[in-house]
Design a protein around this ligand. Sequence first.
Ligand code: SF4
Length: 209
Amino acid sequence: MAAPRPPRFDAAAAGVAAAADAAADWAALAAAARPCVACPELAASRTHVVVGDVPAVGRPRLALVGEAPGAQEDLTGRPFVGRSGALLDQLLAEAGLDRAEAAVLNVVKCRPPGNRTPKTPEVARCSGWLRRQLELLDPPVVVALGLSAARWFLGPRTVLADVRGQPHEIGGRAVWATYHPSAAIRFGPAGAPRAGLLADLIAVAESLR
Ligand code: SF4
């Protein structure tokens, strides 16, 4: 996958990648990730490492991948449970997708202070966890929510408007890139991001039929 690479050798990124690769299953990966302190600023300010949600049993039909936890996610330790999560759940239901059948993940597992965009070294370090999560879960379809996730899968120069609305074959998976629910909230119920996100989720649902 076209995950970002650190610009030079980063011992913390290498340590995360080694720990992730050593995890034989989801439970082992979660246990290894929860005490992670590879990013000192994030580790000092977070409440929880938000590892992600997975279906109770079986292979996920799809993986939803966002940028990073927000305030509610940091407090609860679960992904997409705040306002963005509520809208995502609503739009998934409108599209005919069941969140219970999806893995819900983030590129970066710790909340950046003030919800700032994750820094390049933070993305590079946390990539080891996400890469291994995808290997272990093996979802056939991935929906990258927002630009950070889109760039993780499709490359650092990705422009969301150029890649939306169609699947991209990456590492044997169909990767769709679309708006983050927070953009849909920011631009309001009549805004283009909400309509675009719903249209893309409907297209994903149709591809899974
Ligand atoms: S963001 Fe990822 S790599 Fe950085 S401390 Fe949190 S879990 Fe570790």
